[in-house]
Design a protein around this ligand. Structure first.
Ligand code: NAI
Length: 335
């Protein structure tokens, strides 16, 4: 039976990489039909809405969406649509696997970790206060017991399901004695239900150092919103860059799948974007939808393509365009 998924093309390289996913899904005969919507600066210009009500209705109905990146103006303008969507649908888990791939150049071999980033609170709660007269800005990092507990629980559940040995809770409880301590305490509390999984904790600055020295020591990593955001770009750099790492925003009802990277304005519209990250996010989506057979077929085709540098896009040292890379992937699905 065909399932309907909401597709948000996004800005910058978004239309190019979502097109690649559509083409690959069609070639692999994935039983998914797309309901196309958009958000952000495009819809703001077209219909005066940042997040059109038709998009909200579509996601509510389909429960699953695949999203291209959306522009967020820096230091001015509207509040991030990405953050708003995560808050509207209470997508509290931002799951970002970072795995080395044969053929993709990286500093390390055998990195295989997954980051669980809290996705609805922390410094992204939007609690910013600016005193114009004194030129003082206060940004409040809201950390709640419920929010901390459920993301740590999701990380341990995943570790248990996947047979992982260790969960690392990342915090700054030496300085953030209230918020950091609450998050760490949630880790200690949840871990009691999983005595076979080691609870590790790291202060975020040490975590960064450990990651760039010996990333293989980590398995499942869980962090508050901002720390998780920064760590996932760092980890992307450990396994070949932003062009190859996927992500998922998961709640109890709805899930939105999207790459870790942004709109890449420097290469947008030039046919240079690497669609691997969004394709891999779409593979996570297929697993979530229990369409494993299709997920595995596409995953295999991508991995085979990435073994040949000449078939890769420029970010991976190749010279293929987005369309050429997509066609190489499709050839390998057909075999
Ligand atoms: P970015 O991730 O868009 O780009 C950083 C660098 O990585 C650039 O050099 C870019 O060319 C490269 N890159 C990223 N994705 C690539 C791909 N698929 N293939 C090849 N190269 C790739 O980060 P930046 O420049 O900080 O942000 C640009 C815009 O994207 C901003 O408006 C930002 O707010 C937004 N953004 C949106 C996200 C989302 O929708 N989830 C996530 C991150 C940023």
């Amino acid at each position: 039976m065909t399932k309907t998924v909401t597709l948000i093309k996004g800005d910058g390289i978004g239309p190019e990489i979502t097109e690649a996913v559509k083409t690959v899904f069609k070639a692999a005969q994935v039983p998914v039909s797309w309901e196309e919507e958009n958000a952000g600066q495009t819809t703001l210009a077209e219909c005066g809405e940042l997040i059109p009500s038709s998009l909200i209705e579509s996601i509510k109905k389909n429960k699953i969406a695949l999203k291209g990146p959306l522009t967020t103006p820096v230091g001015k303008g509207f509040k991030s649509v990405n953050v708003q969507l995560r808050q509207i649908f209470d997508l509290y888990q931002n799951v970002r696997p970072c795995v080395t791939t044969e053929g993709v150049e990286s500093r390390f071999k055998d990195v295989n970790l997954v980051i669980f980033r809290e996705n609805t609170e922390g410094l992204y709660a939007g609690l910013e206060f600016f005193d114009e007269r004194l030129q003082i800005s206060d940004s409040v990092a809201r950390v709640t017991w419920e929010g901390s507990y459920r993301i740590v629980k999701a990380a341990f559940e995943y570790a248990d399901r996947m047979g992982c040995k260790k969960v690392t809770v990342v915090h700054k409880a030496n300085i953030l004695k209230s918020a950091g301590k609450l998050f760490l305490k949630a880790g200690e509390e949840v871990s009691k239900d999983y005595p076979h999984i080691e609870l590790d904790d790291k202060i975020v600055d040490n975590m960064c150092m450990q990651l760039v020295i010996k990333p293989q020591q980590f398995d499942v990593v869980v962090a508050t919103n901002l720390f998780g955001d920064i760590l996932s770009d760092l980890c992307a750099g450990l396994v070949g860059g932003l062009g190859v790492v996927s992500g998922a925003n998961i709640g109890d009802e709805v899930a939105i799948f999207e790459a870790v990277h942004g709109t890449a304005p420097d290469i947008a519209g030039q046919g240079k974007a690497n669609p691997t990250a969004l394709l891999r996010s779409a593979i996570m989506m297929l697993h979530h939808m229990d369409l494993r057979e299709y997920a595995d077929a596409i995953d295999h085709a991508i991995n085979e393509t990435l073994k040949h540098k000449e078939q890769c896009t420029g970010d991976l040292g190749g010279s293929a365009t987005t369309e050429e890379f997509t066609n190489f992937v499709i050839e390998k699905i057909k075999k």
